[in-house]
Design a binder for this molecule. Structure first.
Ligand SMILES: NC(=O)c1ccc[n+]([C@@H]2O[C@H](COP(=O)([O-])OP(=O)(O)OC[C@H]3O[C@@H](n4cnc5c(N)ncnc54)[C@H](OP(=O)(O)O)[C@@H]3O)[C@@H](O)[C@H]2O)c1
Length: 252
């Protein structure tokens, strides 16, 4: 492993599936002590058991990022288990597919509460801890839908645009505390978030519009994750790294 995170402590939210489970595994394999958080603790336990077989110790934490009290309790547990938090991967997210004209308040609130308000509260709580322990690295997981738009995902795109601006604001305010805040904006990766879509005609047509003509794979995100989590990015804060096979530069 090129990047050694031995002795570093990381918290990954939304670690019960998809990107988050993968991020936790990558950080653990790079040597970090990792706490994995989500609502479905059975899945977290399964991931912890799998990583234990590979000789890695991870700590399972129940956390609902839509609930401020749950966030506070969960991060306290993570601090107890890890000693401190050096790296936060702020990854929990949800989506919903619906025309914007058909939205009701719940459609909007559910997505924004998890993806934006939840991400803000998690980062804020962790940053308060990092402030007292000499700093750290926060990696917010945005999306190319925060930078460009697509139909039927209004609240998701709005929430992810918010995550990108949130990253820059946090980077500005927290640099003085030694806290770096950057974002990864992934293109489309086949996970439970969007699995049904790739079988549809619209999904197949979308893949043809990606310059590299394929969906992202989980491991395509490893370089950006390890760069931002480690001291290799010591002079980076407020950056947004897109990992999308060229999707954002697709031809008009
Ligand atoms: N897949 C893509 O193509 C893609 C592209 C760009 C960005 N992203 C972003 O990457 C992140 C992970 O997405 P994914 O594709 O891996 O989706 P996923 O497989 O559906 O995983 C989402 C994760 O978020 C957690 N989560 C959802 N609501 C939560 C809540 N209220 N409290 C705590 N955890 C919650 C889920 O855990 P529980 O349900 O167990 O709580 C799960 O672990 C998201 O922020 C997503 O927007 C994904």
């Amino acid at each position: 492993m090129l990047i050694d995170l031995t002795g570093r402590a990381a918290l990954v939210t939304g670690a019960s599936s998809g990107l988050g489970a993968h991020f936790a595994e990558v950080l653990a394999k790079a040597g970090a002590h990792v706490a994995i958080a989500a609502r479905r603790t059975d899945r977290l336990e399964a991931l912890a058991a799998r990583l234990a077989d590979a000789g890695r110790t991870v700590t399972v934490i129940e956390m609902d990022v839509a609930d401020r009290a749950s966030i506070a309790a969960a991060i306290e547990r993570a601090e107890d288990a890890l000693g401190r938090i050096d790296i936060l991967v702020n990854n929990a997210g949800v989506t919903r597919t619906k025309p914007a004209l058909d939205y009701d308040e719940e459609d909007f609130d559910e997505i924004v509460d998890v993806n934006l308000r939840g991400a803000f509260l998690v980062a804020q709580r962790v940053a308060r801890a990092m402030q007292g322990s000499g700093g750290g690295s926060i990696v917010n997981i945005a999306s190319i839908l925060g930078l460009r738009q697509a139909g039927q995902v209004a609240s998701y795109a709005i929430s992810k645009a918010g995550v990108i601006q949130m990253t820059k604001v946090q980077a500005l305010e927290w640099a003085r505390h030694g806290i770096r805040v950057n974002a990864i904006a992934p293109g489309y990766v086949d996970t439970e978030l969007n699995a049904d879509f790739w079988e549809s005609d619209a999904g197949k047509a979308l893949v043809k519009r990606i310059p590299q003509r394929r969906l992202g794979r989980l491991e395509d995100l490893d370089g950006a994750l390890l760069l931002l989590a480690s001291e290799l990015s010591a002079y980076m804060t407020g950056s947004v790294i897109t990992v999308d096979g060229g999707h954002l530069v697709s031809t008009l």
